[in-house]
Design a protein around this ligand. Structure first.
Ligand code: MG
Length: 392
């Protein structure tokens, strides 16, 4: 029986983990998969989606064509999944669900990292704004068109819930069930809490790595931060001859390991104290149960502040984000003035949206098109629309 296969896969999970048995299921009912759990199926659908492939050409901090060595949203998502799975297995949580959430968590991101998101949000201000979390949910619920019987990927409730990391109360009431927890103050499953913190471990560490590689970050001030300083010294004491990339990598792998161990220890401590007997008790717990220790939270904050001041606000990054903002803004304005400039399938998407929701529907359709663009596609589209020498 198909159910037996999934049950077998999920037998070793903790009683408070998400499983096919306690899942709230899919919006459109489907027969259970034969050789996979429902959450493996979700992960597989995400990997086969168009939005997932586009992550390869979307950036976190650096524009995609700046170099082949920097993280893109694709490699970032894979690192989040790797870290998340390690922790999930140690805590007997549903590894497949953590992986699915991790791989999908950035699907709604625009081109050009946070600059792109801020620009599109500013353009969409009169029509409800733009938020990449919500957009990730729109991608998996609505925008992917791959199946005959339903729009989107028809993912399980818990996968969708994990993708929706945060949400304002006003938006939550419009979203219904999936955002209920933002209204009643309950918590998402441990797998969603975990994917969120695995994201933090991944970007804090890889942004240091990319920052150093790009030459925008300098070692000396970085060594003054507690965690990097500690492990840089440890690596130096142990391998005094080591230099270059290996020295940095040996430091960063120790930092990742430190954060992972801290998260597992603190979460185990909280689980022991709260002793939830079921997923329901996780939802109703007093606070989040997956967490870093206070000391670690402090060190993470220090790293984040360091990265903000020295990398994200570096003048060379700001020059890039300034250009990105203008590209997104120009594209949005041009399409709002005349949506017939859009490729035919998006014209239809926008026409449908406008027929149902008027001007705000049209704006949302245009935002969907722009949010789907990769860095280089957005730049190319800008040339096509604004460069008189460009014939297309
Ligand atoms: Mg992320």
């Amino acid at each position: 029986m198909a159910g037996t296969t999934a049950d077998g896969l999920e037998d070793r999970l903790a009683p408070y983990a998400v499983s096919s048995r306690n899942s709230r299921g899919r919006m459109h009912r489907e027969p259970p998969p034969a050789h996979r759990s429902d959450f493996q199926r979700d992960r597989d659908r995400i990997i086969h989606s168009t939005a997932f492939r586009r992550l390869e050409y979307k950036t976190q901090v650096f524009v995609n064509h700046e170099g082949d060595l920097f993280r893109t949203r694709l490699t970032h998502s894979i690192e989040v999944a790797q870290i998340g799975r390690t922790i999930a297995r140690a805590l007997r949580l549903n590894e497949d669900l953590v992986e699915a959430i991790a791989l999908a968590h950035d699907l709604g991101h625009t081109a050009f990292g946070h600059a792109g998101q801020e620009a599109l949000n500013a353009c969409m201000k009169p029509w409800g704004g733009f938020e990449h979390n919500l957009q990730s949910l729109r991608v998996v619920d609505e925008l992917e068109r791959r199946y005959a019987e339903f729009p989107g990927l028809n993912l399980c409730f818990e996968t969708r819930e994990g993708i929706l990391k945060h949400c304002s109360p006003a938006r939550a009431s419009a979203l219904g069930d999936i955002a209920q927890r933002f209204l009643d103050g309950t918590h998402p499953p441990l797998e969603a809490q975990l994917a969120n913190l695995a994201d933090e471990i991944a970007y804090n560490n890889h942004d240091i790595d990319d920052g150093l590689r790009s030459g925008l970050l300098e070692l000396e001030p970085l060594c003054e931060t507690a965690l990097f300083g500690r492990y840089w010294k440890e690596v130096h004491d142990r391998y005094p001859e080591l230099r270059g990339r290996a020295q940095i990598h040996e430091t960063i792998r120790r930092m990742i390991d430190h954060m992972v161990r801290d998260l597992i220890d603190e979460t185990t401590r909280r689980l022991d104290a709260a002793a939830p007997a079921s997923l329901d008790e996780v939802r109703k717990a007093e606070g989040p149960l997956v967490a870093f220790s206070d000391a670690q939270q402090h060190m993470n904050l220090e790293l984040k502040q360091f990265l903000r001041h020295n990398l994200y606000e570096h003048y060379r990054v700001r020059r890039m984000t300034g250009k990105a903002r203008r590209v997104i803004h120009d594209l949005f304005e041009a399409f709002m003035n005349d949506y017939r400039l859009l490729p035919p399938e998006y014209q239809e998407h926008c026409r449908n949206k406008r027929a149902r929701h008027g001007e705000s529907g049209l704006a949302r359709g245009i935002a969907d098109y722009i949010a789907g663009m990769t860095d280089r596609y957005a730049i190319l589209e800008h040339h096509r629309l604004f460069d008189p020498d460009h014939v297309s």
